[in-house]
Design a protein around this ligand. Structure first.
Ligand SMILES: Nc1nc2c(c(=O)[nH]1)N[C@H]1C(S)=C(S)[C@@H](COP(=O)(O)O)O[C@H]1N2
Ligand SMILES: [Mo]
Length: 423
């Protein structure tokens, strides 16, 4: 071992101390990290250089990096034929940072992915408006735009763990129905002004152009009018077909289902339309047998992604990392327990922390090799705290399927095997 620890090799701004840069790592942790890295003195310790492949029009992921979504059917039905899949989940256990790669953004499509020619596509805006209008994609691209990083989360995210915990699943199985991308499009407010919406209209119907024709009634609260937008861009390029090409509604902080893909119509009215998507589907059957409609906001949530289900760790230094998000606003704090929720320590949040976007958190941990449980708990800037599973079930019962946001516990046995448990 030499004095050149991996941390010292990282570039850092000249005016930031090493301690500030690594976020106050203790000397003990630095020693633990360095002792696990192999000692090295010269270039003989790194592989030789070699010739490169030709440059190409399109860059692909390294053949050594295996990153795939997994198509799944209803809860518990894994490894299905893609033709039977209803969603395809993000491999959070293999990702870093805050932004989900575009091709790994989770997908939920009710009747497959339509093949839409943008030159033919139109968006109709009508109902309680002075000037009903129809727009092409090019019309939208000429309008003022917003660009914003937001998470989209299916209401079904987490349903795997609502009734029972299958030990042999990954975080991709349990939490793969949430992703964060940068979306670009036209503010809803701008479109509302263009068509001159009637003051008396406080509901909007958004309808998709797929076979299923998913349509939802959206209440026009100030927050939604100010934050929703019709997106045509995703991570700097046109939307991918799976995510609504050529245009979709983006509803920061609200149910994935409201983010209508392949958007073909916005209709303004004075009451909800009670479509089958908000009566037969996307309602919550409560413990008392009554169903709750229009539970639209996504909750305060977090999950440890590394280490997580089906991984195996070694005693000694381990870095715990994960993602936190809230449909109410910004994540204010994430705490981690490495002793089964008895004691908690604050995790570091990667900057910037954005409202209604996932944020990466991390904490250094030296595992003593004894069986234990690790769990994270987030708090947002509105004071909402992610509930433990017991309080979540006490409040919501076990009839419902959607909006599961209880704390996720991973157990670690004496061999270092990480498994899914209820708490
Ligand atoms: N037109 C249309 N919009 C849709 C859907 C759909 O099947 N058709 N699925 C909805 C659901 S249930 C979710 S969770 C999100 C998923 O968005 P994504 O596939 O881009 O992740 O899109 C929503 N918008
Ligand atoms: Mo969804």
């Amino acid at each position: 071992m030499t004095s050149k620890t991996p941390v010292e090799l990282l570039p850092r701004p000249a005016n930031v101390s090493r301690r500030g840069f690594v976020g106050g790592l203790s000397a003990g942790i630095l020693g633990a990290v360095a002792s696990e890295a192999a000692g090295a003195e010269t270039l003989a310790d790194v592989p030789d250089r070699g010739p490169g492949a030709d440059l190409s029009a399109h860059s692909e992921r390294s053949r050594f990096a295996k990153l795939d979504r997994i198509p799944e059917a209803t809860p518990g039905k894994r490894n299905v034929d893609p033709g039977d899949a209803i969603n395809s989940k993000t491999p959070h256990q293999k990702l870093v940072g805050n932004i989900t790669p575009t091709d790994l953004h989770y997908e939920r499509s009710h009747s497959g992915v339509p093949d839409i020619d943008p030159a033919q596509h139109r968006l109709l805006i009508h109902g309680m408006v002075q000037k009903p209008l129809v727009f092409s994609v090019e019309d939208l691209k000429r309008m003022p735009s917003v660009t914003r990083v937001v998470f989209i989360e299916c209401t079904g995210n987490g349903w795997e763990n609502w009734k029972k915990a299958d030990p042999d699943v990954t975080v991709q199985n349990t939490h793969g129905l949430v992703s964060t991308n940068e979306w670009t499009g036209v503010p809803l407010k701008f479109l509302i002004d263009l068509v001159a919406k009637d003051k008396g209209s406080n509901w909007m119907l958004a309808e998709g152009g797929d076979g299923a024709g998913v349509d939802r009634s959206i209440p026009l609260t100030d927050e939604i009018v100010n934050e929703a937008f019709v997106a045509y861009g995703q991570n700097g390029e046109p939307l991918r077909p799976a995510h609504g090409f050529p245009m979709r509604l983006v509803m920061p902080g609200f149910e994935g289902n409201l983010n209508i893909k392949w958007l073909r119509r916005l209709k303004f009215g004075s009451e909800p339309w009670m479509t089958r998507w908000e009566t037969a589907r996307y309602t919550q059957l409560l413990a008392n047998g009554k169903a709750r409609q229009f539970q639209l906001r996504m909750e305060t949530n977090s999950v440890i992604t590394q280490p997580s289900g089906m991984m195996q760790i070694q005693p000694g230094y381990n870095r715990i990392s994960g993602l936190a998000w809230s449909g109410h606003g910004k994540i204010a704090k994430v705490e981690i327990s490495t002793d089964g929720a008895k004691t908690w320590k604050p995790a570091q949040l990667s900057q910037p922390v954005l409202s209604k976007a996932q944020v990466r958190f991390q904490m250094d941990w030296v595992w003593d090799g004894k069986p234990t449980k690790i769990v994270s708990r987030s708090t947002d800037d509105q004071g909402n705290v992610q509930p433990d599973r017991q309080s979540f079930i006490a409040a919501m019962g076990t009839n419902a399927l959607f909006h599961y946001n209880a704390q996720q516990t991973w157990s670690i046995d004496e061999a270092g095997r990480v498994r899914n448990v209820l708490a």
